[in-house]
Design a protein around this ligand. Structure first.
Ligand code: ZN
Length: 204
């Protein structure tokens, strides 16, 4: 693929199309050296995830200069904290996925139930902190700590209560792939509640 902003634009459109986020929020960022590229504030509510080059903000990771940018995403603070703490993270996605939000609403961590999600381990529910707060960024970093191997392999994620998911991965493709797998994992847990017992001749 082409430039980093174009890659983010592509992933943003797919993320919305696949119901991995809603119009209320979410953000996608990529690290290149000491630079972060991130989808702008209101990408969902005002742009419906149809982004163009001017909707991708960039700036230094090591300073707080971006926090003053009028279009810097309110959850961008968490992205910066993740990049500063984990040198192997190449991309971060925050999202409000259709099948994962029930876990956030219920205040419940999510266990892997598929072979394809085993490598992420348990996706823990973080202690509550309000959206956009420095405390939430702190909790996200704490929830990812000790999971560097999973990040180097693909990604690790945490759940914010009554809010959504944060996924940190080795690159953008690994990260959107992890988000999609975790959403299907969530669906498999939810669906088991509506699955009737197997008829006698199929019971093992
Ligand atoms: Zn959010």
């Amino acid at each position: 693929m082409t430039t980093i902003p174009q890659q983010i634009i592509y992933v943003a459109a797919r993320m919305f199309e696949w119901r991995l986020t809603d119009l209320a929020g979410g953000n996608i960022s990529v690290r290149e050296g000491n630079k972060i590229y991130i989808s702008a504030r209101f990408s969902g509510s005002k742009k419906h995830w149809q982004l163009s080059d001017e909707d991708i903000i960039s700036g230094d990771i090591s300073t707080d200069a971006l926090l003053e940018h009028p279009r810097f995403s309110r959850e961008g603070r968490a992205h910066l904290a993740i990049y500063r703490t984990f040198p192997d993270v190449g991309a971060v996605i925050h999202a409000h996925p259709f099948h994962i939000l029930p876990f956030c609403a219920a205040g419940r961590s999510m266990e892997p139930v598929l072979e394809q999600t085993e490598k992420f381990g348990i996706t823990p529910l973080l202690p509550y902190a309000p959206a956009h707060s420095p405390k939430l960024a702190e909790n996200i970093v704490a929830g990812l700590r000790g999971r560097e191997d999973a990040i180097r392999k693909q990604a690790a994620a945490v759940l914010a209560e009554r809010h959504g998911i944060f996924v940190a991965g080795k690159d953008l493709w690994a990260t959107i792939d992890a988000l999609k797998r975790l959403d299907w994992n969530a669906w498999c847990i939810l669906a088991q509640n509506s699955l009737p017992p197997a008829p006698a001749h199929l019971a093992s």
